[in-house]
Design a protein around this ligand. Structure first.
Ligand SMILES: [Zn+2]
Ligand SMILES: [Zn+2]
Length: 486
């Protein structure tokens, strides 16, 4: 039995880990999209390093595109089996994969229109909205804590990961040659005390753990600070008579903000001002949150016994483009939450363009902004910001709230790993190299188990303490088929 890491290896995106048993079963954990440098990720998203039709089962940890985004491609290229995931993740994927299909179609159309490319082969979208809808036929919803069988001798179970709605830890129990091997996979690990969601659970005993390491070397501000900071930023902006513009990811961050704003309004910590959710994807996803109270924590159930946590007083979900445009005419203080999270696409760009030059307004940053994104330039407070090919002076206040994060930080990761009994080896994935290596070094100091930070394509023998399987490297320059003929 072996495991090979095909994505999110010394990087964050493209999560894909393949377990192969000696009886020929191949279990793929996650099938995520690579994001980042355009050309390189486009190539990797188009071609799998294994044959999709040879995969027996897929287990999906959660709905984020870097974990689920390549499922329609896998199916287009011949995968015939089931995609096991929680009910909430299944419903979220239905919306998010269609949105991703729509982006692929728009990108392809844009690319094919460029005049200087005339005469070249038009590119095909990676997958379409239609492909995304079709792929849903393969999804199988499974409850948390309900062991299910993938094949004879291979059992799986989902535990709560507390990262986003529906996110799961996976425990695989595989019998081979009268030996039982237990493998745990964190997917993305959440944090205790996040609004709405239940806290992450723990693995009891495992032979191998595959853990994320997004913040393997960083500590977050306490979660409790987020609500206080949010109220402060809103109150000082309202005093100036300005608007609060919040770029937020459609999944989880938007609903957390709505949840916190609901509580702050009820407690009269902020004045009753209009709050607009201006993103069709965010609105659709919020509907799915309402459908899955089984994922809420006790506090959410107690605070909102009868009420809908995602609808109150002056909160409005805008739908049409016209409604969105009308927000420009609002003169009084208000909060506008819009996507995309890093300001690279979507309606948020219009709101930034209309509000960034007024010192009364606040741009409130509540999420991670990757290098080279519009959001990052705002965080870095560049004097001029380019939006839709035009430069605008940045005069609005920029406030950054670091306490909102859906990933465990270093100490939370260590606290999660420590209680696991019988571990032989920990594989560290889903982190930039610096973060992953730092976490590996800390774990090695415990001297309790072996630690590995696999590179893309590395395989390990799970029947032999997770030892690396050395593949014969073909020396550079001897790869051409001509060489064999000489
Ligand atoms: Zn995630
Ligand atoms: Zn992730």
């Amino acid at each position: 039995m072996k495991i090979t890491f095909y994505g999110a290896a010394r990087a964050v995106t493209g999560s894909k880990h393949l377990v192969e048993t000696s009886s020929g079963k191949r279990i793929l954990m996650d099938c995520g999209f690579f994001q980042g440098r355009r050309k390189e990720s486009a190539e990797k998203n188009r071609n799998f390093p294994f044959d999709p039709s040879s995969v027996s089962s897929v287990i999906l940890s959660h709905a984020h595109i870097d974990h689920s985004g390549s499922i329609p491609t896998l199916i287009k290229k011949g995968y015939k089996g089931d995609v096991f995931t929680t009910f909430a993740t299944r419903d979220l994927c239905n919306t998010m994969l269609q949105d991703s299909g729509h982006i692929q179609e728009t990108d392809a159309r844009y690319f094919n229109k460029r005049p200087y490319l005339k005469g070249l082969q038009p590119i095909e979208p990676l997958y379409t909205v239609e492909d995304a809808i079709k792929s849903m036929e393969h999804f199988r919803g499974v409850n948390f804590h309900q062991p299910f069988w993938l094949h004879r001798d291979i059992q799986a179970e989902f535990l709560v990961a507390g990262h986003v709605l529906g996110s799961a830890l996976t425990k695989l129990t595989i019998r081979e040659d009268d030996q039982i091997i237990k493998i745990g996979f964190t997917g993305d690990l959440g944090r205790k005390g996040l609004p709405i969601l239940r806290d992450p659970e723990y693995f009891d005993d495992l032979d191998y753990l595959i853990t994320e390491s997004t913040y393997g070397d960083r500590l977050h501000d306490p979660i409790e600070d987020s609500k206080v900071q949010l109220a402060k930023a809103i109150n000082r902006t309202v005093k100036r008579g300005g608007k609060i513009i919040i770029p937020a990811f459609s999944l989880e961050r938007t609903q957390e903000l709505v949840y916190d704003l609901h509580i702050l309004t009820d407690q009269k910590e902020i004045p009753e001002i209009p709050i607009y959710i201006d993103s069709p994807l965010s609105t659709n996803i919020t509907q799915i949150f309402k459908m899955h109270p089984e994922c809420y924590d006790k506090e959410t159930h107690e605070t909102f016994t009868r009420e809908n946590p995602f609808g109150f007083g002056k909160l409005k979900y805008t739908h049409s483009a016209e409604e969105s445009k009308k927000l420009n005419e609002v003169r009084q203080p208000c909060v506008i939450i819009s996507a995309s999270g890093m300001c690279e696409a979507g309606r948020i760009r219009h709101h930034l363009r209309n509000n960034i030059t007024d010192p009364k307004n606040t741009i409130l940053i509540v999420g991670f902004m990757a290098e080279n994104t519009l959001g990052r330039k705002i965080v870095e407070q560049n004097r001029f910001i380019k939006i839709f090919d035009k430069m605008y002076p940045l005069r609005a206040e920029v406030a950054v709230l670091n306490s909102f994060s859906a990933h465990a930080d270093r100490d939370e990761l260590l606290g999660f790993i420590k209680p696991i009994k019988n571990l032989k080896k920990v594989f560290i994935v889903h982190g930039e190299e610096g973060q992953a290596m730092a976490l590996a070094n800390t774990l090695r100091e415990w001297k309790k188990f072996k630690v590995e930070v696999p590179a893309e394509g590395d395989s390990f023998d799970l029947m032999n303490n997770g030892e690396k399987i050395e593949t014969e490297e073909i020396p550079v320059g001897k790869k051409s088929s001509n060489y064999d003929l000489k």
